[in-house]
Design a protein around this ligand. Sequence first.
Ligand SMILES: Cc1cc2nc3c(=O)[nH]c(=O)nc-3n(C[C@H](O)[C@H](O)[C@H](O)COP(=O)(O)OP(=O)(O)OC[C@H]3O[C@@H](n4cnc5c(N)ncnc54)[C@H](O)[C@@H]3O)c2cc1C
Length: 453
Amino acid sequence: MSVPGSQRIAVIGGGISGMAEAFYLSARHEVTLFEAGPRLGGHTATVDVALNGERHAVDTGFIVFNDWTYPHFIRLLNTLGVAAQPTEMSFSVHETERDFEYNGHTLGSLFAQRSNLASPGFYRLLGDIVRFNRRATRDLEAGRLPDGMTLGDYLDQQGYGEAFQRRYLLPMGAAIWSASLDDLRGFPLAFFVRFFRNHGLLNIANRPQWYTVKGGSRAYIPALTAPYAERIRLNAPVAAVTRDATGVTVTTAAGSERFDRVVLACHADQALKILGSDATPAEREVLGAMPYQDNEVVLHTDTALLPRRRRAWASWNYRLDRRGASDAVSVTYNMNILQRLDADTTFCVTLNDSQSIDPSRILRRFTYAHPRFTLEGQAAQARHGDICGAPQSHGRTHFCGAYWRNGFHEDGVWSALRVAQKLGCDEPAAPFEPPTAIPAHQLLPDGGPGDMG
Ligand SMILES: Cc1cc2nc3c(=O)[nH]c(=O)nc-3n(C[C@H](O)[C@H](O)[C@H](O)COP(=O)(O)OP(=O)(O)OC[C@H]3O[C@@H](n4cnc5c(N)ncnc54)[C@H](O)[C@@H]3O)c2cc1C
């Protein structure tokens, strides 16, 4: 495809993918961004909470990123002059009914429940962790992870114990991807192991530094959207997009508008719905192969969702109690640790466990759809070139979104950049440097996460 001169481009979706897309494209093109909701951000969803005379900006969607696997997002923050602050990424598991809990952050927190010191089963779990870390890394590097194999099949084939699977690896993955334990077993093996290796999750010592955006994740939105601020349409759900030889028609409740091109920066299923009967067979196949799952997210102050022992409180807390037939993840983020909130109250964000939360302590409820990762979806990701700028849709339709790779913020930015480069734009030439960060010791309130015993 030849690189176009300045064009009129519609971007549909105001999450990180759409906002980054519009930012990159606006260096050369006239961009209009359509967002269905009343605010920008999509899964970047910081809310203002006023409680007991204090005000806090608490994240309920996108929270963390790191200095290993978010190069484009970090470059974007540095370009925009947005500050980040270091955070701690610790992980706990607790099973209330059996009074079992641990926090993998330090040796002390690992044995937060002292009886684990004398539990052979607990040592078997630790042994399996070491074995999996070594073996999976070796198998990945030697190209020994079969393409069509799922994580569950690999774990069973290699004889990993029930405790390792259900109390360590699967919950950690389920918490990362907001998925169920069964979904995790169905994950493409190589995709899972590569992600864990790339994020330092297969070794104990050498791990990335994690960060949050200072002041809440929404703090980057004003600078990211400034170049096209006057052409942002909020409360403007796009009902239809049709393509023809001379342009693209975008239809909302306010009417129809013509553009030269369109970038669909919403989820795959939403994109397919918007294209409707205008979708090409390839668009139907590729977008239709990417499933989503709704996650209930509750912002609250009920610490009963955290481990019983305060020493075991981590940034991410996975609760294993089985409730009915549901195998959905129940994870609670401790926002005071993650965002370094200087607050007397502990703010929690819990996914998929609303019925366990004391209703009087609930502050806000949300539902966010998250991509589910399957072997079919992975094959569809590899077919981006079949539908992005494809001649069947007159070369005028493009797709970006976190769902095109691992489902995270960097993937949204990476996928936006991939489209922007096709349309003759690039990221500003800022060198990759660690985020503009404030040293952790200047941020920690007294009794911060390192001091929770
Ligand atoms: C609870 C939770 C926590 C997370 N935490 C992290 C984290 O810590 N780190 C991380 O990297 N990732 C995290 N993620 C993953 C997150 O999904 C991605 O990082 C990223 O924010 C997704 O961005 P997106 O732009 O692709 O999609 P979205 O943010 O979902 O944006 C899509 C946008 O399209 C709009 N839209 C849909 N249909 C239409 C239409 N017809 N017309 C106009 N607009 C439309 C939607 O309203 C929405 O604003 C988290 C996700 C969840 C659910």
